[in-house]
Structures are given as C-alpha cells and as structure tokens.
Design a protein around this ligand. Structure first.
Ligand code: MSP
Length: 656
C-alpha cells in the first residue's frame, strides 16, 4: 500500500546572524511532528531554509565589508550546524538564493503578470529600513515605525502590485468556512476582524531602491519584494516552476505550515491569494504558535537577553532543550523560558523521573537476575493499572499530536513514567527478593518495569532524539528486533525477557541548581555586555552606511575656509560652549559658538588655526548668533579634537 504523505514546513529564516532558543522553537516542534508522523508510517517531507534577500541583509553585509552572498553563506552554515546539533530531521533546506528558486520565482511573477494579477503603479508610504516595512501615516506611532520605534522615510517609487483585493471574498470564505485551515482557532477572528473585513489592499511586490533580490523578469530595474520571493519557497522547494515537478505532484498541498504568530497574516491571507492566482491547491493547515519569551520578556539580539542554544546543549544536553521547548509552551500561547525552570525541569523530569527509573530498574535486574530481563509469570491489579496506562499511552499521545499539543503528549508519557516509579514503591522489589515466593513475583514486577520503560522510550523518540537510543542499549534492545516502532505499542507484553541489560552510566546527572544558575547568569551578563557593544558598533556603521553617496557638485555646495582664532571666551551659564572671534579672511572676524569647552580652554583656542564652514546658515545659541561652524573629529569614546591645517596658512584659504 502506498504510504500517506505528510508535508510540513517551517518559515524560512532570516540570516540575522545570532541564533537564540526562540529561533529553535518552530524547527523543534516541526521536527517532533515530522518524526512522529514518520514513525506512524507516513511519507514525510520536512522543509526548512533561509530567506536571504532584501535591503536589510544587504546593509548588514556591507557593514561587515563582505560580499552579501559570502556573508550569508557564513550565517547559513552556522544555522545548519545548529539544526544538526538539535537533530532537526529536515528533508530539504532551501535558500532563496538557490538558482532553481530564483528561476521559479521569475516564472511565477511572469505568470501572475500575464494573468493580470500583477500590475505596475507607484507606491507611496513611510518606509522603515531596518524592518523592511512600509507603513501608512496612520499606522506610525509618534511619526516613527510602529514595530521598532525608529525613524521612517517617506518613500515614493514605481512598483508592481499584486491584486490582493481581488481575492478578498475567497479569502474571507476560506477562513470562515474551513475551520481547520487556520489554527489555533483564536487566530481566525484576529485575521478576519483586523485585516480581512476592513478590506484587503493590493500588495507592493517589487522594489527599485535596492538590488539584492530576484530581478523582475520583464523589468530589470525592479527586484521581487519579500513575500512573493519568500512564500513561494514552499512550492519551489518541491520543484514547482522547475524542470522536475515530481516532488511537487507528490507532496503539495502542504499538510502543515508552522510559524510564529507574527507572520500568520502573510501565510493565511497573502499566501492563499497567491496560490489562488496560480490556480494551485491551498495548504491544509496554517498553524501559528506563540513566542518563547525569556523571563517574560521578548528575546532580542539587541537587548542581549538571548539564551544561546549551543551553550545550553553543550552543558545540559540536546534532549534537555528539546524537552523544555516541547513541554513548556502551551498550545498556541506564549511560553516562558527561565534558566531556573529549565534546570528544575531537567532535574525533576529527566534526571529524577526518567533517569532514576531506568537506573533503578536496570540495577535491580542486574542484582536479582544476573542482568537478564526475567519472563513474567502472572499479573495482579497493581500490574493491570500500569499496563492499562502504558497501552492507552499511544492513542492518547497520537490524538494530542494530531492537534499539535506536544506538552499534553509529553505529560501523558511522563505520567506513565511516574506511574512506573510508584509501582516500584508499591511492589517493594527489595522485600520480594528476600523470599523464594517473592522472587517469583519479582520476575513479573521487573519485567513489567522493563516493558513500561521500553514503551515510553519508543514513544519518546520523536521528542527526545538521544535518550531513547541510550535506554534501548541499556535494555539490550537492538534496532532490528522490531521492538522500537509504534507498532510495538499496541499491546503491553513484548518479548523482551531474556535480553541482557547493561546499567551503564546515568542518563542525566543531577544538577546543582544554585551553582549552575550562577554560571548561567554570568554567561547572560556577558551576552548583554557584548550586545551593548555590538549595538553601539552597529549604530555607528549604520550611520555611515545610511548616508547617501554624494557627487562632487554636492560637496562643492559647502564652503570651508581656514580661520584663525583671535579671541575666545566661555559662554555664560553654558558649560559646554565657547564663543570665538575667528578671522576667515573677511573684513570682520566671525562670531562662532562651539560645543568644545570640555576639551579646550579659551586660552588654548586663541592663536589656533581651525577649519570653518563659512556658508552655514547662522543659528542662535544661548542668544548669540553663531556665523559658522568649527570642524572637529570625535571618536567612539566621545574624545574630541579640532581639525587644523598641518602648517600655518593665510586666514580665509579655501579648503577643498
Ligand atoms: N523570513 C520570515 C519568514 C518567511 S516565511 C515565507 C521570518 N523569519 S524569522 O527568522 O524572523 O523567523 C523564523 C521563525 O522563527 C518564525 O516562525 C518565528 O516566529 C520564529 N521565532 C523567532 N523568534 C521566536 C521566539 N522568541 N519564539 C518563538 N518563535 C520565534 O519571519
């Protein structure tokens, strides 16, 4: 029988350079789902990748002084290392700079244009460069970008537009009628009331103000702008618009597009409209998860309050991080990460509940039965309770996973683990071991415990990628025994007796929480310090980069002359200001006020030659009209020096 397919995607990631545990959230849930479906026998295709075009990335790269592609290659490599570390089992990694994607996007753009769904017009809006977003005047907050609070520029440019408005009714109907399409359900009203019902506007889909993007095929002045380039990755990755559409025919439509809540709008409105325009089937589900916060605050690179997944995995293990992510963020809501909860959860669930269970049981098998799992004899009510829970586990967990409720799924599994621990206390193996009759009963008890451990390990495999394999090894279970797949979960009672256990090392060493918290705090402090320094550095570079290049004719507009300071005094009640009389070769000296009193005394100034901007509009400072500006240089520590000719020249000499 042909396997049922399951196509799942994460968004493509911006190569922003620093990865934190929030970034890992989408890929980890998708990975658990993909692994779960694979174990259920589905033919799974799991797609992830990177979103590499746009002005922002071009700027960051040029600020680092490297060609854009070279810069991105480095960042993408780091991201792939992270996914490898976290055991992300993606089937394909798409980069929007991949040639096949670029070609397919051009074809798509052409197709939409030919159909009349893309047309040329002009765009006027307030543009925020760091966010790469256009805003209308009413959307601005205090005249600034509503997302990041930075300055915006009024921009008008010729652009191509996608006729999103044409699909208004069909999109509204889609969200209203297909209750499965957009999940969780709360997002449906949000989209309907905030965006769809007020009216969908046509969408700007090309730009001319930067060139790091895919060229519009019939108008090379334009590059394809963000969403047509980015969203189409879900089909171009399968070969749509290329030479071989085999994968596309097999896997499209997507079963789940998973993403953070901030980009649901694009996936539940713009993306279906593009697909409608292309006459393609729509994805079955768009799922918007909440954010992972740090100490209830949004994680951000610039705040430095980010938790480095590389450090966490190195110190506490990949499974500890995966467990936290899957266990702690409730269905569709925001989740919180604190170092303390992370360490406590690792100690309580992984080291105590799971780790101890495995080490206690394997130790008892070693001690009482020479390390060989005994064959069970009979079963009583206490056994039945454990057995019933273990058998109910698979259908319950499956139902939760079908609704993407990983925390409840894990809770179900850990309840069985806790039940097994309680079972040890109820059965008191150490007392049973003392009598011959007890030893007979002990066979059943230890078998049941080993079987409960096996079953929980089988079902833990999609969630924890390293621990289950270690447990199988301890129980003497090999991959080819048919004891590690989901089909072995239907019934309690697999033939594991006779297998030789190996207690080996502890699965999870308990952590001294107070001690570790200190270490983690120190790491965080360093990150924050580093972020502050980097922010300063970045602002400096951005300032330099955002200044437009000027032609010589622009430079010629500034008149610079050498001046000689004749007199100088402090400005009253103004700590920073000096007022100088400067001879710039005119009939009278100029009065110029400068903010340099912290660096130069009036005595220092007299007799010095300086460079003066002589055609600057006069400005009043503390009631004094300043008739020009003296040039200074300032370093990043705020230290300041006057600029002067290196040998004395005639006052009024032209600088240029
Ligand atoms: N490039 C766009 C997506 C285009 S898809 C056609 C993008 N990229 S992103 O790098 O900013 O985000 C990638 C994913 O990481 C998104 O699902 C986003 O929600 C997720 N996360 C980034 N930080 C996060 C948290 N702190 N918590 C949970 N997920 C968050 O958006």
């Amino acid at each position: 029988m042909e396997k049922k397919k399951f196509y799942i995607t994460t968004p493509i990631y911006y190569p922003s350079g620093k990865w934190h545990i929030g970034t890992c959230y989408t890929t980890i849930i998708c990975d658990a789902l993909a692994r779960y479906k694979r174990m259920q026998g589905y033919d799974v295709f799991y797609l992830t990748g990177t979103d590499e075009h746009g002005q922002k990335i071009q700027k960051v790269a040029s600020a680092c002084g490297v060609p854009v592609k070279q810069y991105i290659d480095g960042v993408v490599n780091e991201l792939k290392k992270l996914w490898d570390l976290l055991d992300i089992s993606y089937d394909k990694f798409i980069r929007t700079t991949d040639e096949y994607h670029e070609r397919a996007v051009q074809k798509i753009f052409q197709k939409l244009y030919d159909k009349g769904d893309i047309y040329k017009s002009a765009y006027e809006g307030w543009y925020c460069t760091p966010c790469e977003a256009f805003w209308t005047k009413t959307q601005l907050v205090d005249g600034k970008c509503p997302d990041c609070g930075r300055e915006v520029e009024l921009t008008k440019e010729e652009s191509y537009f996608f006729k999103l408005s044409k699909y208004q009714d069909r999109i509204q109907k889609l969200i209203e009628d297909d209750k499965e399409f957009l999940q969780p359900i709360t997002r449906q009203n949000e989209m309907l009331n905030n965006f769809i019902k007020p009216g969908l506007q046509d969408l700007c889909v090309s730009r001319t103000s930067f060139d790091w993007g895919i060229k519009v095929p019939f108008d090379s002045k334009h590059v394809v702008y963000v969403w047509i380039d980015a969203l189409t990755n879900y089909i171009t990755a399968l070969g749509y618009g290329g030479d071989d559409e085999e994968l596309f025919k097999k896997y499209w439509p997507a079963d789940v597009h998973m993403m953070g809540k901030e980009i649901i709008r694009f996936h539940s409105i713009i993306w279906p409209a593009i697909l409608m325009a292309l006459d393609l089937p729509l994805p079955k589900k768009v799922y918007g998860h909440g954010w992972l916060m740090f100490n209830n605050d949004k994680m951000s690179k610039s705040k430095g309050n980010i938790v480095d997944p590389f450090i966490l995995c190195e110190r506490y293990g990949v499974d500890a991080l995966r467990y936290y992510m899957l266990r702690e963020v409730p269905f569709g809501q925001d989740g919180n990460f604190t170092n303390e909860i992370f360490l406590k959860l690792r100690n309580s669930d992984l080291a105590n509940d799971l780790g101890n269970l495995v080490s206690r049981v394997t130790a008892m098998v070693a001690q009482y039965f020479d390390g060989v799992i005994p064959e069970p004899i009979d079963c009583n009510d206490v056994d039945k309770d454990l057995i019933a829970m273990a058998e109910k586990m698979y259908p319950t967990v499956t139902a939760y996973m079908d609704e993407m409720r990983a925390p409840e799924a894990l809770d179900t599994i850990f309840k069985v683990i806790q039940r097994a621990n309680k079972y040890i206390d109820e059965c008191t193996p150490w007392i049973l071991a003392k009598s011959e009759e007890g030893r007979q009963r002990l066979k059943t008890v230890l078998y049941n415990l080993c079987e409960a451990i096996r079953m929980t390990s089988v079902i833990l495999q999609p969630f924890l990628t390293q621990t289950p394999a270690k447990i199988f090894e301890k129980l003497g279970i090999k991959a080819d025994m048919g004891l590690t797949g989901f089909d072995s979960l239907q019934k309690f009672g697999a033939k594991i007796y006779g297998l030789k256990v190996d207690k080996g090392e502890q699965l999870f060493q308990r952590i001294d929480i107070a001690k570790e918290l200190k270490v983690m705090d120190e790491i965080l402090e360093q990150e924050i310090k580093k972020a502050k320094e980097q922010k300063k550095e970045k602002e400096k570079v951005e300032n330099v980069v955002t200044l437009q290049q000027i032609g010589i004719e622009d430079f010629a507009k500034i008149e610079l002359k050498v001046g000689t300071v004749l007199e100088c005094k402090k400005v009253e009640k103004a700590d920073k200001l000096l007022c100088s009389q400067i001879d710039v070769g005119e009939s009278n000296p100029r009065t110029i006020v400068s903010g340099i009193a912290k660096y130069y005394t009036p005595e220092d100034m007299v007799g010095k030659q300086v460079i003066v901007v002589t055609n600057l509009k006069p400005a009043k400072l503390r009631g004094i009209e300043s008739q020009g500006m003296v040039l200074c240089a300032e370093d990043e520590n705020g230290d300041l020096a006057l600029i002067a000719p290196i040998k004395s020249v005639k006052s009024g000499s032209i600088v240029g």
